[in-house]
Design a binder for this molecule. Structure first.
Ligand code: FE
Length: 342
């Protein structure tokens, strides 16, 4: 009995110090792979509007996924926020999400960016773009993603690992638009053109272009936006030397992926979870959410004040749905592996 009491005391002490709270507390337990400065305002604003406190557990995407899985029915997680359509769909495939029926969400978020059953919702989108050395490459030469397989770029392409989700979803989109044979040929051409074995993240590829290690690279747009907005001289120098192209403007449009989230099946605070998911689609939250990582809001017409994004300009977005992308990723990885893109 003594031990039991001590156990209770410890549990209460944890609660008091901001650990996981009880359902009656008007709290939302948010598991998130996001950690941006503007997110603070995002949560404070939600609490101000609803009186619901946001209890945040941060971690890497795949760690949080595993944690929710491990916790099972006992998981205190109400909402899971992560990046990449395939990760969201993987969480759904693992049975982690509960469907949310919300008129507000289905009317505000375009179909392309959400699961039709309401298991997950995209809140911002990011583009996979081509970075090029301004002094060696004309932007017209890399107007299409397909151009990176052109022998003209032999030994001149930098890109991160083929196992990374950003590249996997890019190939998933290509499989949809171009079919298997052309995608396989592109992958072979790309691998033959690599300047070096894939290593590092997207920013490393942009830096490698600036350093002259390669002429062209593939990157998510926000890594470039970050360099553009940096107050470090060396970052500004990189942005000055490197240009960005939104590829496939004359074709299906530039491939985009999402950041998003959904309500968990075992969420102890389901009402709070739905309110939070709806709140994220409001004009104000959309601006915070997207701006936090220099992404674009999914809700049409939301205005954001972001000098870097404004400088990068507008572009035609590939309208392939996030769900279709996610469904193609297993196949995409097979094609990537077969081409030897490590
Ligand atoms: Fe990223």
């Amino acid at each position: 009995m003594r031990r039991l009491l001590t156990g209770f005391a410890t549990a209460f002490a944890l609660l008091a110090t901001g650990g996981i709270a009880l359902a009656s507390d008007k709290v939302l337990n948010l598991y998130t792979a996001r950690h941006y400065q503007t997110d603070e305002a995002l949560y404070t604003n939600f609490t101000r509007l609803t009186g619901i406190r946001v209890n945040r557990i941060e971690g890497k995407e795949d760690e949080l996924f595993e944690r929710i899985r491990r916790e099972g029915p006992a998981s205190p997680a109400d909402v899971f926020i992560t990046v990449d359509a395939a990760r969201l769909q993987a969480a759904d495939d693992a049975g982690l999400f509960a469907p949310v029926q919300s008129r507000l969400l289905t009317s505000r978020i375009p179909e392309q960016f959400r699961d039709p059953e309401g298991k997950w919702f995209g809140y911002s989108y990011r583009a996979r773009v081509i970075a090029y050395a301004r002094d060696k490459v004309k932007p017209e030469e890399v107007a299409r993603m397909a151009d990176l397989a052109n022998p003209r770029f032999k030994g001149k392409v930098c890109v991160r690992s083929g196992g990374h989700v950003y590249n996997r979803t890019l190939v998933a989109a290509m499989l949809h638009h171009e079919g298997e044979d052309r995608t396989a040929a592109w992958l072979r051409g790309l691998v033959a053109n690599l300047a070096r074995d894939p290593k590092g993240g997207d920013t490393d590829q942009i830096r490698a272009v600036a350093a002259g290690e390669c002429d062209v690279a593939i990157t998510n747009h926000y890594y470039y936006a970050r360099l553009l907005g940096s107050d470090k001289r060396e970052d500004q120098e990189v942005a000055r030397k490197v240009g960005i192209v939104f590829p496939d403007q004359r074709g299906p449009g530039t491939h985009v992926n999402i950041s998003g989230g959904g309500m968990l099946r075992h969420a102890p605070n389901k009402d709070a979870a739905v309110r939070f998911l709806e709140y994220l689609a409001s004009d104000e939250a959309q601006a915070y959410f997207a701006n936090g990582n220099n992404e674009w809001p999914v809700v049409p017409g939301v205005r954001i004040d972001n000098a870097q994004l404004a400088a990068m300009g507008s572009f035609k977005v590939d309208r392939l749905s996030a769900l279709e992308l996610a469904r193609n990723t297993v196949k995409a990885q097979r094609f990537i592996d077969r081409a030897g893109w490590k």
